[in-house]
Each structure stands twice: as C-alpha cells, then as structure tokens.
Write a protein that binds this ligand. Structure first.
Ligand code: BZS
Ligand code: ZN
Ligand code: CA
Length: 511
C-alpha cells in the first residue's frame, strides 16, 4: 500500500538512465533505511538503481524526483552526495585493451601453464577471453577438478577485473616458487574470465569519465540499452520479482533466459567443462561473500541439499575468516533471480560463490582510487587459495568424500646438528592416504626447491659459508592438504666449533 504509492510516484519520474543520454539527469547518492530483505527487495522492484546494500538499508542513485517520492512515502532517506558526479577514468585500472594485451602476453610467455581462448563474441562483436592456468595447459585434463573465476559481469565494477588479473599473476609467478601454488597448478585446471562484459567496460570508460554503467550494451526495443547479465541466466529466470521486465531498468533480465551472448558464453563454457566443481564470480562492492540462492529467501531452500547448504555456509565462512568479508546467502541482501550463481548451482551442481569486493560503503563505491588495487586484491589471495584447495570435492567440509587426510612426512637427511661445508643433500620420506603430489624443501622459511616424484630429494647448492639454518620439508597431496617435518638445525663451517687453527704465530711479548 505504502509501496504502491511509491511505485506510482516513481513511474511518473522514471529515470532514463538506460538511455544513451549525453546529458545524464541529475543523480543523487542516497541512503534509504530498509531493515529487512523484503523491504530492500521492494525498493529494487521500484526500479531504483541500487549501488550497495547492507543489512540496515540500501544506497541508490536517484533523480531528485525519485528522492522526493520516497520521502513522501515515508522512507528515511539520507543524501550522501548531491548532484551529478564526474569521476575521471583512473589509469591505474586496466582498460579492456590492456587486459587483452596482458592475457596475450601471459599466454605467449608461459605456454607450459597458460592457454588463452576466445569463448564467444559480445553483442558488439568483441572477444570474450578465458585463460586456463594448469600444468600441461595445452591438454584437457578432465580428471583434474576445474575452478571457474569470472569478473566484470557488471561494467562499472572494474576492481573485479583487477582481482581476476591478480589471481592470474599469483598463479603464474608462484609456479615453481611456492609449493602451495605449484601443487594447485598441477592438481587443478583454473579458468579465468577477467572481463565477461567487454562492451559495457568500453562504454563505461570511453568518454574519459565513468558512466556508472552496469548492463551489457544490447540495443533494446524502445531505445534503451542493456541487459543485466546477472539476471539473464536460466535457472528460475524472472521467477520471483528479483529482476525487472523493463528494458529501461538496471536489473532488466532480457527477453528470455540466455538471450545475451555474454551469459550464453558462460553457460556453454560451463556445459562443455564438466570438471568444474567450484566457481567464483567477482563483483563490487560491499565486502560480502554470497552463496545461492538469490531467488528465494528460503534457507535452506527446497532445491538445495541440506548438506550442500551446510557446505556453502562452512566454505563461505572459512573464506570470510581469511578476507574479513561477511558471508551470507545472496537473498539476504535482496532477491535476485536469473543470477549466474543460481544457475551454476541449481542447474550444474557447482559450488558457486560471489565476492562483492572493496569497499564496504558508497564512498568510494564503484570507483576507488587505483592506489588501493594492490592491497584490496592481495587481501583475497588466501581465500582464493582455500577455494582452489577445496575444489577436489567442496563437500569434504561436511565429510562427504574428498581428500581431507594430510600426508605424513619426515626428513631423512641431513641429521640434526650436522656440520657441513659445500652443497647440502636434503631428502624426505613422505606418504599419504591417496598420494603425495609434491614435496617442498625449506630453509629458514625460504623455499629451496620442489620435487614431485619419489625419492624426494634436493641438493642445496648455494649454502651460506658460515652460520646455521633450520631446514625442513613440507608435503602436499591432491586435496591441497599439507604436513611439515620438524626443522633440523644445520651448521655451516669448515669444521666443528672450538677448533680454531692459528695460521700465523704472533708475538705476545713485544709491543
Ligand atoms: C552487484 C550485486 C549483485 C547483483 C548481488 C548478487 C550477487 C545477488 C550474486 C545474487 C547473486 O551488482 O554486484 O545484484 O547482481
Ligand atoms: Zn555486480
Ligand atoms: Ca591425503
């Protein structure tokens, strides 16, 4: 009743933000108090451009007319920023061309562990890239669990592309250097799609000032542009009021499920890679970890195994402990139907998560200064590595299969307290219930080298001339579980202590 009045008022002052309007109507950034998912869903159904959500209310971009209507309907509204914002495009973020160049360079320089594919073309004919990181990258290793990481379904969420590229670099640069990353590159196929919406990306940035664009660039009948790619997927598409039938609105679901090449690209990719077990959809912002479903408040939903609900809760909770985000079922923000994650789990059985990246609040919102990129992407590395480890069977967190038992490992040489000069031979015995996949040799916390095959051994060539070091080994299995031997102390000197040869006599009497 109250909301009906709002709807009428809003419809009359309908925002035409989906039009190609050179002169964008004035926009206000407003915080609207709405303390339940139901109230927040109602606000979105009015066609407001919601830019972030917390559990007390939402932040929206409103025209002055929309703001007046909400206030008249009794909503508590707080204007955070008045007037149109003009934010210049920040060079510290990758442009689409820079992202493409970087993917091509990685694929060209690391053909052993990287393979680049064009999986489809966008509405405007741009390539959509997927890059695989795995050893033997040119082969399909269907027996390895695969992980899908995709970003920029929403054009204005540029930090998501930076996150995807950071994961790529973590893997490429860690390969052969870090035992954990090398083991994961061996044991997983990791697919990264850094820019699912290249047309939207270009549109958002091409003027030199950000346009706050969300959707793709489909020309809609009636003159508006864009379908919300995260409402265009075919599981309970448009079922529940969590998307809009109107092409003018920011959550327009499109005329049919998978009407868009960008969502179809993801669908076909997933259907042709049945080894994908977990996925990570990267968005901004809010610092949330979301799990399915978005289409229903039901919790656990009828179309989710109760054990899977528990697994989602535990996996998301474990990742939240690592990155400091807050983990919730997606509908707890607001209802959203036709999302990628609902389809990935509901239709494909994939453990699908969304990270809503930095920041938490509308200031700085979608466009934080590029200086935050290193810290705000590095922050998620441990959570991403955790998800990669779980991919052999994400249900292992509720005891349903998977590899949970860590290996056993012992150092067989050198002996504790050994005195050495010159290269040091290190060897280990390692075993596992399923199989040891890698042994890492470590001195004082520094990785000396890696060995995948028994007998696990390494010669440390460039030992220090003097001093001592703590030496140990770490063993990995295909589940990403690890075990370490206790460290042994090794001394580097030509001879045991206490033996100091005098090479030249000195007089002890004369001055
Ligand atoms: C965003 C918010 C995102 C959306 C929330 C969401 C993600 C809902 C996944 C459901 C599933 O735009 O980043 O509205 O699509
Ligand atoms: Zn988004
Ligand atoms: Ca094991």
């Amino acid at each position: 009743m109250l909301l009906l009045a709002v709807w009428i008022a809003l419809a009359s002052g309908l925002s035409r933000s989906s039009a190609d309007d050179g002169a964008r109507p004035q926009q206000w950034i407003v915080y609207i108090t709405a303390g339940t998912p139901q109230l927040r869903t109602q606000l979105i159904r009015q066609g407001l451009d919601i830019v972030s959500v917390d559990l007390q209310g939402v932040t929206a971009r409103l025209t002055p007319a929309q703001l007046r209507a909400l206030e008249q309907a009794g909503f508590l509204c707080q204007v955070l920023e008045a007037g149109a914002q003009s934010i210049p495009v920040d060079d510290l973020y990758h442009s689409l061309a820079e992202t493409e160049a970087e993917l091509q360079a990685v694929a060209a320089q690391h053909p052993d562990i990287a393979r680049l594919e064009v999986i489809r073309w966008s509405v405007e004919g741009r390539p959509i890239y997927a890059l695989k990181v795995s050893d033997r990258a040119q082969e399909d290793e269907w027996s390895e669990p695969a992980v899908l990481i995709f970003a920029l379904a929403h054009a204005r969420e540029h930090l998501s592309t930076e996150m995807a590229l950071d994961i790529l670099h973590m893997l490429i640069e860690g390969y052969g250097r870090s035992g954990e990353i090398t083991n994961l590159v061996h044991q997983r196929e990791i697919w990264i799609i850094p820019d699912l919406n290249p047309d939207g990306d270009v549109y958002d940035t091409e003027s030199g000032y950000y346009r706050f664009w969300r959707k793709n660039r489909r020309p809609n009948p009636g003159g508006s542009f864009g379908v919300d790619l995260n409402r265009n997927f075919g599981y309970r598409w448009g079922c529940c009021g969590g998307s809009s039938p109107s092409p003018w609105e920011e959550t327009y679901r499109g005329p049919a499920p998978f009407s868009e090449p960008e969502s179809t690209a993801l669908r076909d990719f997933v259907e042709s890679h049945p080894n994908i077990t977990v996925s990570l959809s990267l968005h901004s912002y809010g610092e949330w970890i979301l799990w399915p479903y978005g289409y229903t408040y039901e919790s656990p939903p009828a179309d989710m195994r109760p054990q899977d609900y528990e697994a989602f809760r535990r996996l998301a909770g474990a990742m939240a402990d690592l990155n400091g985000y807050r983990a919730i079922q997606a509908s707890q923000l607001y209802l959203a139907d036709g999302t990628a994650d609902d389809w990935l789990y509901g239709a494909q059985g994939i453990f699908a998560f969304t990270f809503e990246l930095y920041p938490r609040t509308p200031n700085p919102g979608f466009y934080p200064p590029g200086t935050v990129i290193p810290a705000e992407t590095a922050r998620n590395r441990p959570a991403v590595l955790y998800l990669l480890r779980m991919a052999d069977n994400p249900r292992k967190v509720v005891g349903e299969g998977g590899d949970l038992t860590p290996p056993q490992v012992a150092l067989t040489a050198p002996a504790a307290g050994a005195y050495v000069s010159g290269p040091l031979a290190i060897s280990a015995d390692a075993s596992d219930d399923i199989g040891v996949t890698l042994v890492e040799f470590i001195a004082d916390g520094r990785t000396l080298g890696l060995d995948e095959e028994p007998p696990f051994a390494l010669v440390w060539e460039d030992v220090p001339a003097v001093g001592s070091a703590r030496v140990w080994v770490r063993a990995y299995d295909a589940g990403g579980n690890t075990a370490e031997s206790p460290p042994v102390l090794v001394h580097f000197a030509g001879s045991p202590p206490g033996y100091f040869p005098i090479v030249q006599r000195q007089s002890v009497t004369s001055p």
